[in-house]
Design a protein around this ligand. Structure first.
Ligand SMILES: [Ca+2]
Length: 272
């Protein structure tokens, strides 16, 4: 914000017109003010969305298990890389080879269309939810709204994600009010945050986009996300490569970033 207080009259006018925060809805560190926050949010942003979407927003509750998980988030990625890799990649590669066989035509289609190799998508699909086995059980809009209200990462991450989640509902892509995901409002079998879902979503087998239940849509949409974020077809994806920088956008944790190319290489040996 400091840039807004520079000397020109225009800049000053802008600074006065805007609230100190990027938006007037104030975050909080416990659930006490959540209902009021929803009213404030609705007053400021409700007009952007359908009444039916805002009705869903207004029905969500503050979720304490979401906050508890977010406060402990770093612990999930800590430890040495070797121990993290061992823990998270166990059993993924053999299962990935089976999934590759079953869904080969969609992997081929995605590789042709987006230039993203099957082993990368398989590594991510396996790491995120064990190929759809563990997608989480928290209502997605509730998780996103709770984290947007909470001060820790509202401005930097979850406030924009809440706006994206409401757009997802508004456009009829998925009902994130009833759909369930992990603790941060992740969507589907590769755990897209709502803004990422909007970047990636593609229907690969007809019937609309369904990254919860359709492996074809999971494969297509995850590949499209990587292409949209700068993936270079045929390029190396190990550390230091241009494609590794795209992997770094997928997840902020070092251990997780390093796990993806190593696991992908392991999977590649089994499928090529
Ligand atoms: Ca579909």
């Amino acid at each position: 914000m400091s840039g807004a207080f520079k000397t020109t009259a225009l800049a000053i006018a802008v600074a006065v017109a805007l609230p100190v925060s990027a938006h007037a809805v104030t975050c909080s560190n416990d659930g006490a003010n959540f209902q009021q926050w929803k009213r404030d949010f609705t007053a400021e942003y409700g007009g952007r969305y359908k009444a039916s979407t805002m009705k869903k927003f207004n029905a969500v509750n503050y979720n304490t298990s979401v906050i508890k998980s977010d406060r402990n988030n770093k612990a999930k990625f800590k430890g040495t890389f070797e121990s993290f890799y061992e823990r998270r990649s166990r059993g993924v590669a053999p299962l990935a080879a089976k999934k590759y066989k079953t869904y080969k035509r969609y992997f081929d289609k995605a590789e042709k269309q987006f230039g993203v190799p099957a082993e990368l998508i398989l590594a991510i699909w396996g790491l995120e939810t064990a190929f759809g086995r563990y997608s989480g059980n928290i209502p997605i809009l509730e998780a996103t709204a709770t984290l947007a209200y909470d001060c820790r990462r509202s401005e930097s991450l979850f406030f924009p994600e809440l706006l994206a989640a409401l757009t997802v509902i508004d456009n009829g892509y998925a009902d994130l009010y009833s759909a369930r995901g992990a603790f941060h409002g992740e969507i589907g079998q590769t755990q897209f945050l709502p803004s990422r879902f909007l970047q990636g979503a593609i229907d690969y087998d007809g019937g609309g986009v369904d990254v919860f239940r359709s492996p074809a849509d999971v494969i297509g949409s995850t590949s499209k996300w990587f292409a949209a974020n700068g993936w270079q077809a045929g390029g190396d994806y190990q550390q230091g490569s241009a494609n590794y920088r795209v992997i770094m956008k997928w997840n902020a944790a070092d251990n997780y970033q390093m796990t993806i190319p190593r696991l992908a290489a392991e999977i590649r040996k089994r499928i090529k």
